[in-house]
Design a protein around this ligand. Structure first.
Ligand code: AMP
Ligand code: MG
Length: 434
């Protein structure tokens, strides 16, 4: 390792520098591993609640509303027909069949609708404004479909097939609350009430940097001992899925100078600043732990967390870099992903005001017998038979089994004090795609 550490020449203005919460110091006097809950609190304290920004509705999908949205118009905004048919006065069709002259044709979008004269009907299409004087629509199926004159064969109740103004949404009422996640129906209703730009929580910007001299980019031929780098794309995808914006720096070899140099180049260069630097690899107990070597004594605390996979963790604010928040994940792909799930995902989602920062958890029945190490919370990868509520392991507990992780549907949580689980035990399951 180079003896003199290159310093990070990072601008302070771009970097969020909220103070680390008190939780960050929780384990400073302890000697044993840090609990999962304590490390979650440390990571959560590093990502500040995000400010509001306006985005065009077409780009708002998946975002979280920053404030209540009040409807500018009612839905429906005017009385209109729910059917293709004839607008009538219901009382005039009390004794069918009734033949009436057709006064006007009202397609959807007609803005100069004449009132309905007594003793007449208007031909009207779905969504067209109900004429003044009409109080019901007779569907075309209950008529002879006439153009000049129409035979009406059924008596409508007053209000039949008429959509009332405001029956769905009242103008001036809150149509969606702050904290709502914008999925297709929410995007739809915002469009319907005339919203063009939506106030949402800004997405936290996360720089993703992997480390390892064995790593090469896809498209390169592998030499013996080399592997394709996978944590970077995986974590960047996880950041985006969690509601953040990922800047993938890809990877550097196990070299402190290159590692710090790459970070320094990019932390200041990202428009709008960086909310979190997320590294993977180089934090365990080996001889070439580049992340640990680069960050130790610089505001990032390296700890062992009582979990498996994902024991070695680091987090803090980097001295001399505008206090940029850093979370260092272990390198094994499954450890990296599980650590992201347990620590980083909830922190990012809380920061964007997501109503459910954590994965949906259910209780399932274990379909096999397991043993588990004492003193560590295990997060094992499972597939869930949702009909029977039975979960089984996919692959095994080892943290290099990325193919198995990719087939998993859930994480199965085995508490720290549980060392044996009989087949049929009730277990907590985090649903990965919920
Ligand atoms: P480390 O934590 O750096 O000691 O890495 C632990 C294991 O994870 C080693 O087998 C590494 O080759 C592997 N690993 C580390 N980083 C990555 C990465 N970005 N992509 C794929 N595998 C990695
Ligand atoms: Mg490594």
């Amino acid at each position: 390792m180079p003896s003199a550490r290159p310093s990070l020449a990072l601008g302070t203005a771009e970097c969020k520098a909220a103070p680390v919460g008190q939780d960050a110091a929780v384990t400073s006097t302890r000697t044993g591993p840090r609990s999962v809950a304590d490390h979650r609190a440390v990571v959560a304290s590093l990502v500040a609640p995000q400010p509001e920004e306006l985005v065009p509705l077409a780009r708002a999908r998946g975002r979280v509303l920053a404030r209540d949205v009040v409807a500018g118009v009612s839905l429906p905004s005017f009385a209109n027909s729910a059917m293709d048919g004839y607008a009538v006065r219901a009382a005039e069709v009390a004794h069918p069949p009734v033949v009436l002259p057709v006064g006007a044709d009202i397609p959807a979008g007609r803005t100069d609708v004449p009132p309905l004269e007594p003793g007449t009907a208007h031909r009207i299409m779905t969504g067209a404004p109900l004429p003044d004087g009409a109080d019901a629509v007779v569907p075309v199926e209950a008529t002879d479909g006439g153009v000049e004159r129409v035979e009406l064969r059924e008596t409508p109740l007053p209000g039949a097939h008429v959509r009332r103004p405001g029956e769905d949404v009242e103008a001036g009422a809150v149509v969606l609350r702050a904290g709502t996640v914008l999925r297709a129906p929410q995007v739809g209703v915002l469009a319907a009430v005339g919203v063009a730009d939506v106030p949402v929580r800004r997405r936290p910007v996360v720089l993703v940097l992997s480390t390892g001299s064995e790593l090469v980019a896809p498209g390169t031929e592998l030499r013996p001992g080399q592997i394709y780098e996978s944590n970077g794309p995986m974590l960047a995808a996880a950041v985006e899925e969690a509601g953040g914006r990922a800047e993938l720096l890809r990877f550097v070899p196990d070299d402190v100078e290159q590692f710090l140099g790459r970070l320094a180049d990019r932390v200041g260069a990202v428009d709008g600043g960086v909310d979190l630097v997320l590294t993977s690899g180089g934090v365990s107990a080996g001889a070439y732990e580049v992340v640990k070597d680069a960050f130790t004594g610089r505001g990032v605390e390296f700890v062992k967390v009582a979990m498996q996979p994902g024991g070695p963790q680091g987090a803090g604010r980097l001295d001399g870099a505008g206090g940029v928040a850093v979370v260092t994940l272990p390198g094994n792909p499954v450890s990296s992903h599980v650590s992201f799930e347990v620590f980083v995902r909830p922190a990012l989602r809380a920061a964007i005001g997501h109503p459910h920062p954590d994965r949906a958890a259910v209780t399932a029945t274990l379909g096999e017998r397991w043993t588990s190490p004492a003193g560590r919370r295990q997060f094992r990868r499972g597939v869930l038979d949702a009909v029977r509520g039975v979960v089984t392991e996919v692959g095994g507990p080892a943290s290099h089994l990325l193919g198995a992780l990719a087939r998993a549907e859930c994480l199965v949580v085995v508490p720290e004090d549980v060392t044996e689980l009989a087949e049929g035990s009730a277990v907590e399951v985090w649903l990965l795609d919920a």
